[in-house]
Structure formats: structure tokens, C-alpha cells
Design a protein around this ligand. Structure first.
Ligand code: SF4
Length: 349
């Protein structure tokens, strides 16, 4: 919340699934998928009446509430629609808007910079206006369209500290200080601060496979971070939806057989072999990054996460911080294979 300063949004109750459901007009989904996880919502009343989006799902709900500390659910639907229509990523857009609100609060952005807008927390109208400006690269939107990393490099004045990103990608809506393996997953993610690519540690949210994790503990999590990254790589072998694998047991029963049927490669029948394949994919991904200059120093988190204790306004996790990133990385690099060069990856293959 408020650009990763707080771990709890006050008055969040208005964002309940029940309230969202009141606006739901239909379910939708990808071709032939029985889950139909897309939920279409239409705002019926108020200033955003007529707004319609296939969502917002969890991340978009977060990115258009927490960063600007607002709880108008209709504004969230409108923001989600705007991003879809204008081709903007909702997480990065919400992240850069939260960054702008903080710079305005600190006096680094002034009224002259944001002409006609009031970037005060809770102001969802300003959030909506900024989305349009970012897409059109109009006024302050031209700067914000660069994303938090390049934006902070252009503005200077120490704003790098407020740029919440990993490897240039704005962080997703899972708070690393409250979910330590997820934080380590962001840090080592080949694409940066995304919750995808195996970064989200579902074990910290209560799914004990392959084992349960204490979400606030830091030590002994490198094997799980690697496990999640390899699992995500494996799903990509079959271009399988990350949601669909969690529902029922079809994945464990059928995925290997589907791969054999589609490719004729009999080795895919064997899960041990598939796990080797997944490890190779992930290691190659990491080796590619390494060759392009994204070495260990880029496996990091924004300084705020490592120096500012989390404030949860009475919620669990008050005072949490990530202290042991380097210790984690030592363990991660020891367990991970082929991180240094592509030729080492070939050897491990
Ligand atoms: S579960 Fe996955 S495949 Fe199915 S509708 Fe949702 S996103 Fe599409």
C-alpha cells in the first residue's frame, strides 16, 4: 500500500468479492476451458457508470487500490478497462502511479509537473486521469510511461529509492516482507518483479506442496524458490495455463501423457525426466540473462524492502523486513546449476 510502505489497506471491506459480484454480468474464458475464470463486470451507477472490464482480477484490484490508497471498486473496474483498451499492463501502470503519488507527497513532483491533477491518496479520479495521460504520453504521462526505473533515473533527486521494481519491472501485489520466499522469487526472477515465472510461493499461502513454509521465515527457502521456478518452466513446455494446473489432479495424471502424444518423445512419460527438462529450461533462462549482463547484483530487491520495516496498521507482519537476501543468494547459487555460463548449462544437460 502507498508504494509498498504499508501492508494493509484500511476500509478494504468495500472491495469484497460480494460487492464485485453485484456488478457481474457473465463468466468468460479461454477456448474450451471449463474453468471460465474470466469475470465480466459492468458498473451500473455513479461517475464510472458504463465501465466494463473482464476483471479486475487480484493483481489489477491491488494495483488500482493499494498504491493510491483508494477503495472505490467502480474506479478499479474503470481503470482495468482503460488499461485493456489502451494496451497497458495493469501492474506496471498501478506501480508507476503509486510512485508518482509518493513523489508528489514528498514535494519532488510539484503542481507545475502535474497541471490540473491532485495526486493525494484516495483520489481515484486522478488515478484514472493518469492512466489516460500515460497511454497518450501527455504531460506528466510522458515521463511516467517510462516505468519507475527510467522515470527515477530521469528525475534523480534520490527517487531511485521510491522506485519499486526488480530488473526494471514494477513489483506485483505480493508484499515481499510478508512473504519471504516470494520476495526471493522476485529477486531471482529472470523477468524481474513479476509474481509469475514461479516467483509466487504458494507454499507461503497455505499449499504445503512439496512442503509447508512459514511465510515470515527467511532461512532454508532456496530449494523451494528453485522448485517453484522449475515448475513454472515445466508448465511452459506444454504452454499450460498457470491457473488451470492448480485445479484438480489432471495435471499430475495427464500432462506427461499429453506431451508424449503431442511430440512423440517417449521420455516425457517419465516425471523425473520432465523435472530435468524444467531445470534445464530455467537454467538456460538464467544463463541468457547472465550473458546479457544481468548477473548476481541484479538479483536484488528495492532498498525499501530491505531497510524499512513493514507497517501493517495492526495486522500481522508488523515490523517485518528482508534482512538475509545475500544469505539466501549464497544458498540459491550453491543449489542452482549452471548459473555462470551457457556452457555450464550445456554440461548440466
Ligand atoms: S483457467 Fe486459464 S485457460 Fe481457463 S479460462 Fe482461466 S486463464 Fe483461460
Amino acid at each position: 500500500m502507498r508504494n509498498f510502505r504499508y501492508g494493509r489497506l484500511e476500509d478494504y471491506e468495500g472491495l469484497s468479492p460480494e460487492n464485485l459480484e453485484k456488478m457481474r454480468v457473465k463468466n468468460t474464458g479461454c477456448y474450451n476451458c471449463a474453468a471460465r475464470c474470466g469475470k465480466v463486470h459492468v458498473v451500473k451507477y455513479g461517475p464510472y457508470a458504463g465501465a466494463e472490464s473482464e476483471g479486475p482480477e487480484y493483481e489489477s484490484c491491488w494495483s488500482f487500490t493499494g498504491p493510491v490508497d483508494q477503495t472505490c471498486i467502480e474506479a478499479t473496474v474503470a481503470a482495468d478497462q482503460l488499461c485493456d483498451d489502451l494496451g497497458l499492463d495493469t501492474i506496471s501502470t498501478g506501480g508507476v502511479i503509486g510512485f508518482a503519488f509518493e513523489l508528489y507527497e514528498k514535494g519532488i513532483l510539484t503542481k507545475n509537473d502535474i497541471v490540473g491533477l491532485e495526486l493525494v491518496y484516495g483520489n481515484h479520479q486522478a488515478m484514472i486521469a493518469l492512466i489516460r495521460k500515460i497511454a497518450m504520453r501527455e504531460g506528466i504521462g510522458d515521463l511516467l510511461a517510462e516505468g519507475v526505473l527510467r522515470c527515477s533515473q530521469k528525475v534523480g533527486e534520490g527517487t531511485e529509492y521510491f522506485a519499486m521494481h526488480v530488473k526494471g519491472l514494477e513489483m506485483a501485489g505480493y508484499e515481499p516482507r510478508g512473504l519471504k520466499a516470494t520476495g526471493f522469487g522476485y529477486a531471482t526472477n529472470t523477468i524481474g518483479g513479476s509474481h509469475n515465472n514461479g516467483a509466487l510461493a504458494l507454499q507461503e499461502l497455505g499449499i504445503p506442496i512439496p512442503r509447508a513454509l512459514d511465510r515470515l521465515a527467511e532461512d532454508g527457502k532456496a530449494d523451494i524458490v528453485i522448485y517453484n521456478q522449475n515448475q513454472a518452466a515445466l508448465r511452459k513446455v506444454g504452454i499450460v495455463c498457470a491457473f488451470a494446473v492448480s485445479w484438480g489432479d489432471w495435471y499430475k495424471r495427464l500432462f506427461n501423457q499429453m506431451l508424449v502424444a503431442a511430440t512423440g518423445i517417449k521420455e516425457f512419460e517419465d516425471w523425473d525426466y520432465l523435472h530435468q527438462v524444467s531445470e534445464r529450461i530455467w537454467n538456460l533462462d538464467r544463463a541468457f540473462n547472465n550473458r546479457e549482463g544481468f548477473d548476481r547484483k541484479y538479483d536484488t530487491l528495492p532498498p525499501r524492502i530491505m531497510v524499512e520495516p513493514l507497517h501493517t496498521k495492526g495486522g500481522p507482519g508488523e515490523g517485518e523486513i528482508i534482512k538475509g537476501l545475500e544469505r539466501f543468494l549464497d544458498e540459491y547459487y550453491k543449489l542452482e546449476v549452471g548459473l555462470k555460463t551457457v556452457s555450464q548449462v550445456h554440461k548440466s544437460s
